[in-house]
Design a protein around this ligand. Structure first.
Ligand code: FAD
Length: 395
């Protein structure tokens, strides 16, 4: 991959020598993939993290990798399909390189159909999947079953009108994957990881850190999760506000003697995800308003009760961890990727909301493509300028 001239030009205003071709701000799943893709492309990259790697939303428990419905196909759905497919190879490569497990498995998904009207819809989706979820050499299905194929795992009581079995959905261990990404990154001679130092101010060609130091950059990728929205607003004339928000989510980890290949269960916002090592993750709440972003409460208790009702095998499973985090939600809900309108060398890479783990590697390629000659582009609704227009209309 060639580096565009602008990436190597010196910083015009600040006289601070560029410390790296690329400065990545934030080391969640987005920032990690961006730094790794940049390092693999031969760029010198600094990944800057104010706390510890993956200590934000990406340090959670769930790791569900859910495709969009196969109906009304669009460029957005195709982008996500391609990303979910290619993640399989990305993970295999990373595991080979690091010797670490990412806890990835294409275990599929079960969706109970509690009401009769859901059945014909599911059957239509089944037909849609035959074309939408197929490539030249692989095909995935949206099968409609009469009842739960694993009654201990998913109770047959809930699926009065059948159960969908989707063979495309997958899961990954959030901590396994981010741990492997970190391990790979710190071995790269052209990559530098700084933990425990945050960006206090973002400018067009440099950042000021919380300790007062400044770092110049050729390009910067802003991957600071929900904090990205405010950081992007620090440059140039005020951007329309808000560009996005933080949505709290709570999840739990249970211990149970289970087959790790069991499919993800999904019903009305509740996910039950079997992981390796006898762990099952349950999530998630979705809270726009909250007092303590990192506290867990009765909302999580309710989810656990629902999960135990849905999955008999979890009836007595011990809760080993309760966790809460803040998802980055861009104003128009889709991810937010693209150059800042007043600082083309500053690129947003955020807003993955509930689907970052399946998309981040592909979105990172697109973000890098903006500073190199990379061919990948994001769907229109993912572009930063699209979100800016939406924010402007809502002002
Ligand atoms: C309960 C819950 C369940 C979820 N389940 C799923 C799921 O099943 N599948 C899925 O795909 N997604 C899921 N998500 C969403 C997913 O976790 C997030 O979309 C994703 O982690 C966001 O990644 P990120 O890299 O954009 O942000 P983060 O992971 O939040 O990373 C941002 C990083 O930037 C750092 N940072 C912030 N400000 C600064 C600064 N000024 N200077 C330097 N560093 C800074 C932070 O410390 C943090 O480490 C879930 C989220 C929650 C809360």
């Amino acid at each position: 991959m060639a580096i565009a001239d602008s990436a190597l030009s010196s910083s015009g205003q600040s006289n601070i020598p560029p410390s790296a071709d690329l400065l990545v701000i934030g080391s969640g799943i987005m920032g990690l993939w961006a730094a790794i893709k940049a390092a693999r492309a031969g760029l010198s990259v600094t990944l800057l993290e104010e706390a510890r790697v993956a200590s934000g939303a990406s340090g959670g428990l769930l790791g569900a990798l859910m495709p969009h419905m196969p109906d009304r196909w669009s460029d957005k759905k195709q982008f996500q399909f391609d990303a979910l497919l290619s993640l399989e190879d990305e993970v295999r490569l990373l595991e080979d390189e690091t010797g670490l497990s990412c806890g990835y498995r294409r275990s599929g998904r079960l969706i109970p159909l509690p009401k009769p009207h859901l059945r014909p819809i599911a059957e239509r989706h089944s037909k849609d999947a035959q074309t939408a979820w197929a490539t030249s050499d692989r095909a995935f299905a949206w099968n409609v079953l009469e009842t739960s194929p694993q009654p201990d795992w998913l109770t047959p009581d809930i699926g009065a009108s059948g159960v969908v079995h989707d063979t495309f959905a997958a899961r990954v261990s959030p901590r396994g994957l981010t741990g492997a990404l970190r391990a790979f990154l710190i071995r790269q001679p052209n990559a530098r990881l700084i933990e425990g130092e945050g960006v206090a101010a973002l400018r067009t060609d440099h950042v000021r850190l919380t300790n007062g130091e400044r770092i110049a950059f050729g390009h910067a990728i802003v991957a600071a999760g929900h904090r990205s929205f405010d950081l992007l607003g620090q440059i140039g004339p005020p951007l329309p506000k808000p560009l996005g928000s933080a949505v709290k989510g709570q999840a739990a980890l249970l211990k149970a003697d289970l087959d790790p290949s069991l499919p993800v269960i999904f019903l009305n916002g509740l996910y039950i995800v079997a992981h390796e090592g006898g762990h099952v993750a349950i999530g998630s709440t979705s809270e726009d308003v909250f007092e303590d972003p990192f506290a867990t409460d009765h909302r999580l208790d309710d989810l656990i009760v629902r999960a135990r009702e849905l999955s008999p095998v979890l009836a007595d499973a011990t809760v080993v961890e309760r966790w809460a985090g803040l998802r980055p939600k861009a104003i128009d809900r889709d991810p937010m990727v693209g150059p800042h309108p007043d600082a083309p060398r500053v690129i947003a890479l955020t807003g993955g909301f509930k689907v970052s783990f399946g998309l981040a590697h592909s979105l990172a390629e697109c973000a890098l493509g903006l500073m190199t000659d990379g061919p990948r582009t994001v769907p229109d609704s993912f572009r930063l300028d699209h979100h800016l227009q939406v924010a402007l209309r809502q002002q």
